[in-house]
Design a protein around this ligand. Sequence first.
Ligand code: DX5
Ligand code: ZN
Length: 226
Amino acid sequence: MDMKENSLLVSPSILASDFSDPVSALEKISQSGADYVHLDVMDGMFVPNITFGPKYIGDLRKRTDLVFDTHLMIMEPERYIRQFAEAGSDIITVHQEATRHLHRCLAMIKEEGKEAGVAINPATPVEEIVPVLDMVDYVLVMSVDPGFGGQKFIRYSSRKIGQLDSIRRREGYQYLINVDGGINENTVHIVAKAGVDMVVTGSAFFSSPDPAAFVENLLETAGGAL
Ligand code: DX5
Ligand code: ZN
């Protein structure tokens, strides 16, 4: 993999969409030119909000070929990895803060033949995940405290993106750096400059009257920041 590809990957989160009409949300995402859909799974314990589980993801799987980027905001995610894999997730991301067995959890995802991601909350330092960086495909830097869409981007997260970029260059690791929370046309340049490869976008994407133009604008702004 080229360490720093020019083009940013965009993963719209359906959290900000109308849950009574997911098919329209998926169509909006494919028409925007994005290749991924970010699926925010919340359990009301790890985060103070509840969304959906594997059945919902399995049902969505029948409706689209988009890459399923499943973000598990649930305690002890090892209990459900197989179910989320079988539901059709392509990438499964677990939080460092949610499990006592992070290495085992990531190994389980790989054993299911899926891409593995590790996420860290805004207050978790990069040092906490250094021991697993050689085995992950994605690192998800939370730039808001997880639980809700529409929150303000936390600027310190760009320092963590920079750190992760330096570590992978130094060690020759292959992971992509993803960022989640408060990403829009005004914040994307900050994370692009820091070395991010992929951005999640929820409320900014779904509130945009023209999602294709929105994605194009994100890509241009990110490209201009390099
Ligand atoms: C927050 C979720 C995010 C959320 C992002 O807990 O993990 O994926 O959908 O939404 P915005 O882009 O509105 O911050
Ligand atoms: Zn998310």
